[in-house]
Design a protein. Structure first.
Length: 410
């Protein structure tokens, strides 16, 4: 078993000013290589703390990866911390200094000598195609110590070289494969109850539920040869789909809107509609998909009763009698969208996103959403919990999911 630790330096991480995206990227890359990441640490820009953290993890891990602290300012202290902990000197490298100087000149910037050109004696330089500070690889007493810049796009551009180095060291280690199954419309506990026996009997792959507002993800993780791991995950995925397949919309890094967009293009269908409480979010999600002009025809935002009547032809008496947030008004909105746009699928959504505006009978989070398709009009009432942003997000996602299910069923 090859064990690794990821140490992300930067006081901004501890203050919550910066999201630690480097950690998740590196952890995923290492898992794909069969490396077990036992710990992820964020430590501030303090020389002694970084040094202590490194020494503590040095004895426990074969791979130690740092991000951050390689620049030329006073608080960039990662090289000093590692060199001090190992008793290896830092020395200036004229070739590195010249390379950095030329990068400054190429970008029309004045060059000032900094400690960026200092290297830990005996380390290998890792090229940084997108920045000035290079990275470093040091093999010390059987341990691979890797120092990378903290700027995410620079670190990611350098990581293929890191993977090449580690691959030669790891050899044919078992691979860690993961598959994320995305679901919507079924609560976490209900999913848990339906696949509870699979949790108990399966150790490879392991199963985990990851809940977020409005969605539950199922993560399958297997450690074996690539072919065997994929096979084990595939078989377990089939068993899970046999129990909750009606609430699954996609896998891994797919997005709901892209899955729906691809299906619309595949079936040659067009879509358009009108929105109230979501304020254009449904349309925004649909048009986030490249090539959406092939299926998305247009939409309107009708926030007030007056606009619902003037743009969509919603009967004022319906609004007066049933209110803007009602199935009756929703039906009129869908019919209005059909008249205005005439796409194969015409959607509409109305509701109360909050934080104010709710009543005892129609509280905040009440949403009516629906669409027309193949001569039928399908509507549904939802009762969401959360803040304004969360309610709008859940509303849009549930509408798109309902449309996706209907197309798949035809």
């Amino acid at each position: 078993m090859t064990k690794a630790v990821i140490i992300n330096t930067g006081t901004e991480l501890l203050l919550g000013n910066t999201v630690n995206s480097n950690a998740s990227f590196i952890a995923a890359a290492l898992a794909g290589m069969g490396v077990d990441v036992f710990k992820i640490i964020a430590v501030g820009d303090n020389l002694e703390r970084v040094k202590d953290c490194f020494l503590e993890e040095y004895s426990r891990n074969q791979i130690i990866i740092f991000t951050g602290g390689l620049g030329g300012t006073v608080d960039d202290i990662t090289k000093e911390a590692v060199s001090g902990a190992l008793g290896i000197p830092v020395e200036k490298d004229p070739a590195i200094e010249e390379m950095i100087k030329q990068k400054y000149i190429a970008h029309g910037r004045e060059y000032y000598p900094t400690k960026e050109s200092q290297v830990i004696k005996g380390s290998r330089t890792l090229s940084n195609p997108l920045g000035s500070a290079p990275g470093y690889y040091l093999l010390h007493k059987g341990r691979s110590i890797i120092l990378l810049p903290g700027v995410p796009h620079e670190m990611r551009a350098m990581f293929p070289e890191v993977m090449q180095i580690l691959s030669s060291m790891i050899g044919d280690a078992p691979t860690i494969r993961s598959r994320i199954i995305h679901t919507l419309g079924m609560r976490e506990m209900e999913i848990n109850n339906r696949i509870n026996d699979l949790f108990k009997e399966s150790t490879n792959p392991t199963i985990a539920l990851l809940a977020s507002p409005g969605e539950v993800m199922i993560r399958l993780t297997s450690k074996d040869s690539p072919e065997k791991a994929d096979d084990l995950i595939g078989k377990m995925q089939d068993r899970i789909l046999g129990r909750i397949g009606d609430c699954v919309w996609g896998y891994d890094d797919q997005t709901l809107e892209k899955v729906l967009g691809e299906l619309l293009k595949e079936r040659g269908l067009t879509i358009g509609g009108t929105e109230s409480c979501t304020g254009g979010l449904v349309s925004k999600m649909l048009t986030d998909t490249p090539g959406s002009t092939s299926f998305f025809q247009g939409s309107s935002i009708v926030y007030t009763d007056e606009m619902k009547s003037s743009l969509l032809g919603v009967d004022p008496e319906v609004l007066q009698k049933y209110g803007a947030v009602s199935e009756e008004t929703l039906l009129e909105m869908i019919k209005g969208a059909q008249n205005n746009i005439g796409s194969d699928i015409c959607f509409a959504i109305t509701g109360i996103a909050g934080p104010s505006g709710g009543t005892k009978g129609i509280p905040v989070g009440t949403v009516y959403a629906g669409f027309s398709f193949k001569g039928e009009i399908i509507t549904q009432r939802y009762d969401f919990l959360g803040n304004r942003e969360g309610i709008r997000e859940q509303s849009a996602r549930h509408l798109l999911f309902r449309i996706l299910k209907e197309i798949r069923g035809n």
